[in-house]
Design a protein around this ligand. Structure first.
Ligand code: BDP
Length: 717
């Protein structure tokens, strides 16, 4: 009996040990599963020499000890002298031993945040050196080394020199002070402003660890639709407490600045950026911020967009506004990220043209600590958009990339979509600014125009859900932002592979299958939501689900009908010279390809053209049939993803397996909803049948039109 009880206990413990709620993200540090490899790793690492005493070094040491204990099942005590099979870690400045490794040539390429990891021999001893020019570089190196172990790489002939290609690598949290998250689908904000500064939630530390592990070095912690209260003394104390948590991990804190703050909390009568009292107010405020946070990063500002206050309220330009902040931040080393996502209520102009029209004339007007932060596409984070024409149009101004990790238009946190292919598509796009090969990536990293500020930001998908992102696979998009901003040359497949191995394990079948799911997921979504260049046909306001029929919004360009323009002739938005001529904002080479209906890539067809229903597509099908084909293919892909996932039941812990399984079922249902409702609606214009052989929609168009979601998440302020 006792034996049976013990046995039961054993199995229960086994099961609970296998359960995983996803909290640990990609930093799971599970015991290396391959026994041979485990033995090799243990032989190669018998001790650690770790130089330095700073907070960053302590964070790195703690991480390494924790990581190795998990991965290799051994506790490591730090040693003061060199021995064989040792990890030797530090900077040349902090240790003569490290300086003696003669890694100067490599270190010259590692910069302030990068690192060198090499196998080396010192005094006849085999060692692995993890070295940086700075303590933060060392921390990044340690995280990279742990990644090598977690992904089961060979560590016998390491020769790595790594430095970030992009300087500012940021998360943008659209988090409100009351903890709601604009367009957030993973619970409430992780920032508990009420209990700060006294209470430091472990989550803040784990957040910083996760970011440091992928090289993210900044966090804008407040919503772009800003609240001036964050700039008051009481809140700055809270900001300082967060900054203290982030600092050892090489992460700077940034805030959003509400343009009208001088009126709201400063009791001034105006916020005119050329007014001396206003300027002084911001200067004093910024000096005050730096007293609380000596390494404060700067401001992200949304002005004169969607009702936010800004310089144009005083007939001043975006440059006047941005430069006012820039002047006050410059002495402290802070920067201004001024958003180009502007479109005015009054202008009837094609909304896509407005950012370019407002910002291009201001090229060269900004101070040198100002960057313009541009959304990847000209509209608003759709499943697929062409690149924003601002990339390639402002050679004198640093442009930061803004991606959206939170899935406002991509199925919220119930749809699995791996965004690396979306991000890469934009980075690889050719602007032709200086002839062929002028990719968005080269504009972004400053190399095309010799600019030194460079940045990439992702609107965060993080909330206080136990697994951070709601959908487990949302973690992969956070991971991607970090890895790509560090090195945009990594392929989507490489990033997926790394993430899977760290998140789920290294079993071949597991890695290969999840890889297939991830790499097909974005195209699947484009197909079942907005194939062939359709855009913004989501539910009004909350953006949940399909509503291509919606035409009741107060502004024309908030209506899906404005964007798809379906009629009895065809469908799509004519942005050629015959239409809004948006295409003229691109370089002639780009324009030429897109303006011709025969050379325009089909994935952008309805973005640029109003196309007749019977237009012959490359497949030989007419447009209507092709549209049906795509919508059905999208649903089929989700069903395949389900099958693939189900085949992994034995290889993934129960909790995470079931979570993803349930969410894929939701996704399938919603993909069918998208397909059926869009096709039934567009059919009222095409008057053509859904081709034979396809399953027929099981609901009427009326049914879909009547669906209502008053409490769809993410909409609250
Ligand atoms: C839109 C969102 C809105 C944001 C805005 C922005 O719907 O909630 O405030 O973008 O980026 O996509 O400022």
């Amino acid at each position: 009996m006792k034996k049976i009880l013990l046995l039961c206990l054993f199995f229960v413990t086994m099961l609970t040990a296998r359960a995983d709620d996803g909290y640990r993200l990609w930093l799971r540090y599970e015991l290396v599963s391959n026994p041979q490899l485990l033995a090799n790793y243990r032989n190669a690492i018998t001790s650690i020499y770790f130089a330095g005493t700073s907070a960053a070094i302590i964070a790195a040491k703690d991480e390494l000890q924790m990581g190795l204990e998990g991965l290799l099942g051994r506790k490591y005590v730090l040693q003061n002298n060199l021995s064989s099979n040792q990890l030797v870690i530090g900077t040349p400045k902090s240790s003569p031993v490290v300086a003696g490794l003669s890694l100067n040539a490599q270190l010259a390429k590692a910069g302030d945040e990068g690192f060198v990891i090499v196998n080396s021999k010192k005094d006849q001893k085999n060692i692995i050196a993890i070295v940086g020019n700075t303590d933060i570089g060392v921390l990044h190196g340690v995280f990279h080394f742990l990644r090598l172990l977690q992904t089961q790489q060979n560590i016998q002939s390491l020769s790595i020199t790594s430095a970030p290609k992009i300087k500012y690598r940021l998360l943008n949290h659209w988090d409100n002070l009351n903890r709601t998250v604009e367009r957030g689908y993973a619970g409430y904000s992780i920032w508990n402003w009420h209990t700060l500064p006294g209470y430091i939630d472990q989550r803040y530390i784990d957040y910083a660890r996760a970011n440091a592990s992928i090289g993210i070095n900044g966090a804008v912690v407040t919503n772009v639709n800003a609240n001036a209260t964050i700039l008051t003394k009481e809140y700055l104390e809270k900001v300082a407490a967060l900054a203290n948590v982030f600092r050892p991990y090489g992460i700077k804190i940034y805030l959003t600045a509400r343009f009208s703050a001088p009126i709201e909390i400063g009791k001034l009568k105006t916020a005119d950026p050329l007014n001396a009292a206003v300027k002084q107010w911001w200067k004093d405020k910024i000096d005050e911020i730096y007293k609380y946070v000596p390494d404060f990063g700067g401001f992200l500002i949304k002005a004169n967009s969607e009702g936010q206050p800004g310089p144009q309220d005083y007939k001043r330009s975006h440059a006047d506004g941005a430069n006012m902040f820039a002047e006050a931040l410059a002495p402290h080393g802070g920067i201004v990220m001024w958003r180009s996502f502007v479109y005015s209520n009054e202008s009837p102009e094609d909304r896509l043209k407005q950012a370019y029209a407002e910002f291009k004339p201001l090229d060269s007007k900004f101070k040198n600590n100002v960057a313009i932060q541009v959304k990847n596409g000209p509209l608003d984070f759709q499943p697929r958009e062409p690149f924003s024409p601002l990339f390639g149009a402002m050679p004198k101004t640093p442009l930061f990339m803004e991606y959206q990790l939170t899935q406002e238009y991509l199925g919220f946190s119930t749809h699995l979509v791996f965004m690396a292919p979306l991000f890469k598509e934009v980075l690889n796009a050719d602007t032709y600014q200086k002839g062929k090969g002028s990719t968005v990536a080269k504009v972004l990293d400053g190399s095309l125009d010799g600019l030194t500020l460079s940045g990439m930001a992702g609107v965060s998908n993080i909330g206080n859900d136990i697994n951070w992102t709601g959908h487990l696979f949302g973690q992969a998009n956070w991971y991607t932002l970090g890895r790509l901003s560090w090195n945009y040359e990594l392929s989507s497949a490489q990033i997926a592979n790394e993430w899977i191995r760290q998140t789920f394990g290294n079993t071949r079948q597991l890695v290969d299958t999840v890889d297939k799911i991830m790499l097909s997921s974005r195209e699947a979504m484009v197909n079942y939501m907005t194939p062939l260049g359709l855009h913004h046909i989501m539910g009004y306001g909350h953006h949940y689900g399909p509503a291509p029929w919606f035409d009741k919004a107060s502004r024309a360009d908030w209506n899906p009908v404005y964007f798809h323009k379906a009629d009895s002739v065809g469908i799509g938005f004519d942005r050629t010279e015959k239409g809004t001529n948006y295409l003229s904002q691109y370089a002639p080479e780009v324009k030429k390809v897109y303006e011709n209906i025969d050379t325009c890539p089909e994935e952008y067809l309805l973005w640029f053209h109003h196309v007749p229903w019977n237009h012959k597509m490359k497949s030989g099908r007419n447009l209507w049939d092709e549209m049906c084909y795509r919508y059905y293919a999208g649903v089929d892909s989700v069903r395949l993803m389900q099958k693939q996932w189900n085949s992994l039941e034995k290889l993934v812990d129960k909790q995470r397996f079931n979570q993803v399984k349930m969410l894929l079922a939701v996704q399938e249902k919603e993909a069918v909803w998208w397909r059926n409702s869009c096709l039934l609606y567009f059919q009222t214009f095409s008057k053509m049948p859904i081709p034979a052989g396809y399953e027929k929609p099981d609901q009427t168009l009326e049914y879909y039109k009547n669906l209502n979601f008053p409490f769809a998440p993410g909409n609250g302020r």
